[in-house]
Design a protein around this ligand. Structure first.
Ligand code: FAD
Ligand code: MG
Length: 333
């Protein structure tokens, strides 16, 4: 475990920060999927940046539950689905089962009802039970190539589509033979290859209690997806109560988690994104239990009580930055 506080360059996007100082890079920032995407290429490569940007707009056009083709399918109660919708639904069904429903792509009606960040509405019990009874897997059927959405179910890929998009970006970087790249997409980060000097990238995990430049620890890695979920960025307050955007599919209310944030490190963006949301809902005990029962990912959990738990597969590849407000522990298999 390294314990050093160094002068690092902080490039913060939403919930995670990249710490890296390299020359000859090029960076593009675009607003897409209701967040900022920042694409940095080592060395400079405008052509690949443009390819990635176009792909992000295409994905938004297909997958947005508010303005994309998916919103029209939801409105019409079904229809023909595009290639990415089909792929995402198959992955979502898999993660829904694996997480015992904690990650659910069927919550569109519930998400729309609350409208966190838009209409900011605290629903009545009647409204909630209506949305919850619509939001079940059994209401999604197939008729050949067509999707049939029954009894008010609406699909929402908000918890997985950005991770999936970073998987698609990775395949573009591989096709283009890119040596190094860093992709931020909201709370999602993908680091590709290494820095030009061969060093690993440093990705910092933001302090949910601090301002956007404060970070708890940084991970050193390469060719990994680092995806976070938390209650501190998308929320509203009414009568002194804070309502955030990650819902318990059981109660229909924002999940009452003992976590402030969770970060999943994996080789797949879609998996890390779906798990980050599900494991936030499960809370620290459920998340560690899930990690013990499944392979292929590591976790950083930031508890409300100031405990930061790292799973043992992270090894020594991290730098602690805040020992004043947080205590650190390692979870074993
Ligand atoms: P994550 O934890 O990864 O996901 C949380 C989001 O997933 C919630 O906001 C909700 O949408 C959904 N969710 C909540 N609970 C669960 C659960 N238990 N299981 C599964 N899903 C859950 N936002 C806008 O306000 N306007 C837009 O026009 C808009 N367009 C978008 C277009 C696309 C293609 C995408 C992917 C997102 C868009 N968003 C938009 C943002 C979206 O609504 C979510 O707020 C955002 O994806 C949250 O991501 P996150 O990584 O912060 O959190
Ligand atoms: Mg997610």
């Amino acid at each position: 475990m390294k314990m050093k506080k160094t002068a690092l360059l902080l490039a913060l996007v939403m919930s995670l920060a990249l710490l890296c100082s390299c020359a000859r890079e090029s960076t593009t920032t675009v607003y897409v999927m209701d967040t900022f995407a920042e694409i940095t290429m080592y060395p400079k490569d405008k052509k690949t940046e443009e390819r990635i940007t176009e792909m992000l707009y295409d994905l938004e056009g297909e997958l947005s539950a508010t303005s994309g083709a998916l919103s029209r399918i939801n409105e019409a109660g079904g229809g023909e689905t595009g290639e990415h919708t089909k792929a995402l639904l198959a992955l979502s069904e898999q993660y829904y089962k694996e997480t015992n429903g904690a990650f659910s792509p069927y919550l569109g009606s519930l998400i729309e009802l609350w409208g966190v960040g838009s209409k900011n509405h605290v629903p009545t019990e009647e409204e909630l039970s209506g949305a919850l009874s619509a939001s079940v897997a059994e209401n999604v059927e197939r008729d050949g190539e067509k999707l049939v959405l029954k009894d008010g179910v609406r699909l929402d890929f908000g918890a997985i589509a950005k991770g999936y998009a970073t998987d698609v970006i990775k395949s573009i970087l591989e096709e283009e033979g890119t040596k190094g790249a860093v992709i931020f997409l909201g709370g999602n980060v993908y680091v590709h290859g290494t820095k030009p000097n061969g060093e690993l990238y440093r990705v910092a995990i933001r302090d949910p209690k601090g301002n956007e430049n404060d970070w708890i620890l940084a991970l050193e890695l390469s060719n990994k997806f680092i995806i976070s979920s938390g209650d501190y960025e998308r929320y509203f307050e009414e009568n002194g109560v804070r309502y955030h955007h990650i819902f318990s599919p059981e109660t229909g209310y924002p999940a009452e988690s003992d976590l402030r944030a969770i970060c999943v490190i994996a080789d797949s963006g879609a998996l890390a994104d779906a798990y980050s949301t599900a494991l936030y809902v499960m809370g620290s005990r459920g998340a560690i239990q899930f990690w013990r029962e499944h392979e292929g990912f590591e976790l950083v959990l930031v508890g409300r009580d100031g405990t930061v738990t790292l799973t043992e597969g992270i090894g020594n590849n991290f730098i602690i930055n805040n020992q004043k407000d947080y205590k650190y522990e390692v979870a074993k298999r």
